[in-house]
Write a protein that binds this ligand. Structure first.
Ligand SMILES: NC(=O)C1=CN([C@@H]2O[C@H](COP(=O)(O)OP(=O)(O)OC[C@H]3O[C@@H](n4cnc5c(N)ncnc54)[C@H](OP(=O)(O)O)[C@@H]3O)[C@@H](O)[C@H]2O)[C@@H](O)CC1
Ligand SMILES: Nc1ncnc2c1ncn2[C@@H]1O[C@H](COP(=O)(O)OP(=O)(O)O)[C@@H](O)[C@H]1O
Ligand SMILES: [K+]
Length: 503
């Protein structure tokens, strides 16, 4: 994809392999630990210059090793310092033992640490190697620190956060700042991990780009770099059909608002024209509310078949407020060969009949995006949702493979996964996007992108990002209507720096 290292997401297993490759390529492993520990001590001094005391909590592995390097550097800077270790420091191995040996000060047992006013805690207990729930002794130490509200700087990850899934293994610190190395990990972006990291600093400890890229999979942070090259610039000689014709299907008379929100969002997001397709009983309600969006009456599936002969219809949105049942299934199956967003009721309608949908998508080969929130995901993919061994990323990937569609798994940490395995995790969405109708707006934006010819994965990822930006622009009191009005223009020539992500 040619994007910057800062856009990659690397799993702990991949990071361990990267570390090994770096050493095989001739880099001294201790030099990596030294860089990591020095970055931590620099962050501590930069962020908390008036700390009365730095307290470094060191674990039994290399995360602890980074802690000893940081402790030695802090001692050298003249800062007041205390070091507490988990377990027998005599049993440390390799680089961690070497780092510990280079720290000349006293080391106390972690169980004896009582937080004091003015302490700044450096959490170097566990990082990427966390393999099971934290021992009780560590959970108790975490509770004491959390109760004291002393600020915490986490080394690599707040201890207790699973770097692969973002899950909490028994307990975890809540850091003010996390320093990680070379690339962010899924646990930094997925919930609940993300809420425990504070600001995230991705520090380059000197592993060459090519070594990192060679092991990194298809996982990225959702930034414009992922989809920018597919975003259509406006050709001065364009006309409205070239900008794409989006069709949005309305529900019956008493539930028309959701589809109108999608339609308005589609228009504001750049579709050249948008048609709201309405059942006869809802025509009057829809007509009373629409101006730029066009209206078309349609009752039966036969009418849809005839209309679909118009190849200028670029993309379709089916689901918001549409109603669950046979009609939704029939319409969806007729549209699987086109560019299509299936949301809300259209997803739920296939709860007992998903094989029909998945087979038709595979056979017709359209550009299909499904946008389930957690509840809808569990309806369509119950066995995947119930598998507690899988992270949200892995769940979205499994669902995409099974359904042959791009899966946009919504939430504070929205994941977009393609059947090929390509996946992004989103990080720009403010919490006030959780407002009624917000998902309908997102669906409309995806529809606009599809209508303009973007491939399904890029259309979905770009829409999640623009939706997040719209939320930020609309501000804390955002409603679905103000989100529509705040969809930013599709011009991302200048991408935002992501080296330090404010989470
Ligand atoms: N990647 C890189 O390029 C670089 C990485 N660096 C640093 O290395 C860190 C990763 O180091 P790591 O692999 O030694 O893992 P780490 O997190 O210290 O813990 C593992 C130790 O804890 C143990 N253990 C595990 N879970 C446990 C539990 N619940 N309760 C109790 N024990 C448990 C486990 O032993 P086990 O009992 O499982 O055999 C093992 O002894 C990484 O986060 C970064 O800070 C830097 O130095 C620079 C280069
Ligand atoms: N806490 C949150 N932070 C950021 N975005 C969120 C949060 N909660 C929900 N969202 C986003 O808000 C939208 C809500 O959509 P959805 O659940 O379909 O609700 P609705 O059907 O009411 O529109 C989704 O895009 C989702 O990702
Ligand atoms: K840590």
């Amino acid at each position: 994809m040619g994007e910057a290292l800062r856009d990659l997401l690397v799993t702990p297993a991949e990071m361990a392999a990267i570390d090994e490759d770096a050493v095989h390529s001739g880099i001294e492993s201790f030099s990596l630990m030294r860089s990591a520990g020095m970055a931590v001590s620099a962050a501590a001094l930069r962020l908390f210059p008036s700390a009365s005391r730095f307290v470094v909590l060191c674990g039994p592995g290399n995360n602890g090793g980074d802690g000893y390097v940081a402790a030695a550097a802090l001692a050298e800077s003249g800062a007041s310092l205390a070091v507490f270790a988990l377990g027998d420091v005599g049993k440390l191995k390799g680089d961690a033992a070497r780092a510990r040996a280079a720290y000349a000060g006293e080391i106390q047992a972690i169980g004896t640490y009582e937080p004091q006013a003015g302490d700044v805690v450096i959490d170097a207990l566990f990082g990427a190697g966390l393999a099971r729930d934290l021992p009780d002794e560590v959970q108790e130490a975490i509770r004491r620190v959390e109760d004291s509200r002393r600020p915490v700087i986490a080394v690599d990850l707040p201890s207790g956060i699973d770097g692969r899934s973002g899950e909490i293994r028994g307990a975890s610190f809540t850091a003010a700042h996390t320093v990680t190395f070379m690339a962010a990990k899924p646990g930094h972006l997925l919930l609940p991990g993300r809420t425990r990291c504070g600001t995230l600093e991705v520090f380059d400890i000197g592993i060459p780009d090519r070594v990192v890229r060679a092991r990194a999979g298809d996982l990225r942070i959702n930034t414009p770099a992922v989809w920018q090259q597919h975003a259509s610039g406006l050709d001065p000689a364009t006309h409205k059909y070239k900008r794409g014709h989006l069709a949005v299907f309305s529900g019956p008379q008493i539930s028309t608002g959701a589809a109108r929100l999608s339609a308005m969002a589609g228009l504001n997001a750049g579709a050249g024209l948008v048609t709201l397709v309405s059942p006869p009983d809802a025509i009057a309600a829809n007509a009373a509310h629409l101006t730029a969006v066009m209206l078309k009456e349609m009752g039966k599936t036969g009418d849809l078949a005839a209309w679909l002969k118009d190849r200028r219809l670029g993309a379709f949105v089916l689901g918001p407020g549409f109603g669950v049942g046979k009609k939704a299934r029939a319409f969806a199956l007729m549209l699987c060969g086109r560019a299509l967003v299936l949301d809300a009721d259209a997803v739920t309608s296939f709860k007992e009949r998903r094989t029909d949908l998945f087979n038709t998508i595979a056979m017709e080969g359209g550009q299909v995006v499904m946008t389930p929130h957690e509840g809808e995901f569990a309806r369509l993919f119950p066995e995947i949702a119930a598998d507690t061994a899988l992270s949200k990323i892995e769940k979205a990937q499994a669902a995409a493979k099974l359904s042959h569609a791009v899966i946009l798994y919504k939430g504070p940490d929205t994941v977009v996964a393609a059947p090929s395995g390509r996946t992004v995790v989103n990080a720009n969405a403010p919490p006030w996007l959780a407002t009624a109708g917000s998902g309908d707006v997102l669906t409309g934006i995806i529809g606009a992108h599809l209508a303009q010819g973007m491939p399904a994965f890029e259309a979905a990822a770009a829409a999640v990002w623009r939706h997040g930006e719209a939320g930020t622009r609309a501000g804390q009191g955002a409603t679905a209507e103000t989100l529509v009005a705040n969809i930013p223009p599709f011009d991302y020539s200048a991408t935002r720096p992501m080296g330090r992500v404010a989470l």
